[in-house]
Design a protein around this ligand. Structure first.
Ligand SMILES: [Zn+2]
Length: 284
């Protein structure tokens, strides 16, 4: 009976384009990091494109790309998300060792907090850039803007990328684009896949926000405004039929029992809103 119900749910999911989520208990709160409830609310795997699944929480994106030679994880969410990610990887029919590479957006605790635990459980290699590798290795300590307020288990990079390089695993081909600003090591990732049979250029673009940052005369990051300017230009020209962001709501996604993407932004709109919020026009 249970098997029939599962089969029924699977057939429903195949027809509706997503897997129906089940009820999950909230993940535990961290003592030193009062994250909003949506960041800790797990979701069942939700299919975004033929090879791309959201396996994180309602508010924080963790993408699993499944290809011919194994899987790639982009972003792991907060430290307490690790077990949930591993269980979602299993629900998609993969063994922990099928996860080969771990990529990320930027090295803050809400996006890379779980990577050390996920790497330990899977043996996947960490792929990042030089700026992020340094922050990952210190577990978020001595952050330019947050000092030692938001720490996470440190991780060591296995491969350091240059801007524009490609990461290939079997039939998965991703390109990295550096979009410094929110952190000096911030990255965007682009790849091509099919959504409901249509060729779709997917862009996973890092946060372009500066929450409480000192933007002018910051001795730790004197070029922050120039970096944001360069990154905004870069984001506007990315191949971008479908934009996804580390904070799901920043691009208009709602991940709950299903995917709602009625008002998802494109890359240009995302950059325009960021520019307005940063007040870059006023500072010119
Ligand atoms: Zn951040």
């Amino acid at each position: 009976m249970a098997l029939r119900a599962e089969l029924g749910a699977l057939i429903m999911a195949m027809f509706s384009g997503f897997v129906v989520a089940e009820d999950f208990a909230l993940l535990p709160q961290l003592e030193n990091y009062k994250a909003p409830k949506s960041w800790r609310q797990p979701v069942a795997p939700l299919k975004i494109s033929d090879h791309t699944w959201q396996i994180g929480t309602q508010g924080i994106t963790s993408l699993l790309l499944i290809g011919s030679e194994g899987a790639i994880l982009i972003d792991g969410g907060m430290a307490q998300t690790a077990d949930h990610l591993l269980s979602n990887i299993g629900r998609l029919g993969l063994k922990p060792s099928d996860l080969k590479l771990i990529l990320h957006s930027h090295a803050h605790a809400d996006h890379v907090g779980s990577l050390a635990a996920v790497q330990r459980a899977t043996g996947a290699k960490i792929v990042t850039n030089a700026e992020s590798a340094v922050l990952l290795a210190r577990g978020g300590a001595n952050d330019i803007h947050f000092a030692d307020k938001i720490l996470y288990p440190p991780v060591k990079a296995d491969r350091i990328l240059h801007h524009g390089e490609e990461v290939i695993l079997g039939n998965l081909h991703l390109r990295v684009h550096f979009v410094p600003g929110h952190t000096p090591g911030s990255m965007a990732w682009t790849w091509q896949d099919k959504v409901e049979g249509e060729d779709t250029k997917i862009a996973y673009v890092d946060s372009l926000t500066a929450p409480g940052y000192q933007l002018i005369d910051n001795p730790r990051y004197p070029d922050i405004l120039q970096d944001f300017g360069t990154s905004l230009k870069r984001v506007r020209t990315l191949p971008c039929d479908l934009l996804i962001t580390p904070h799901t709501d920043a691009s208009g996604w709602v991940f709950q029992e299903s995917i709602e993407r009625g008002s998802v932004l494109d890359c240009k709109e995302y950059a325009d809103i960021a520019e307005q919020k940063l007040g870059l026009k006023r500072l010119e």
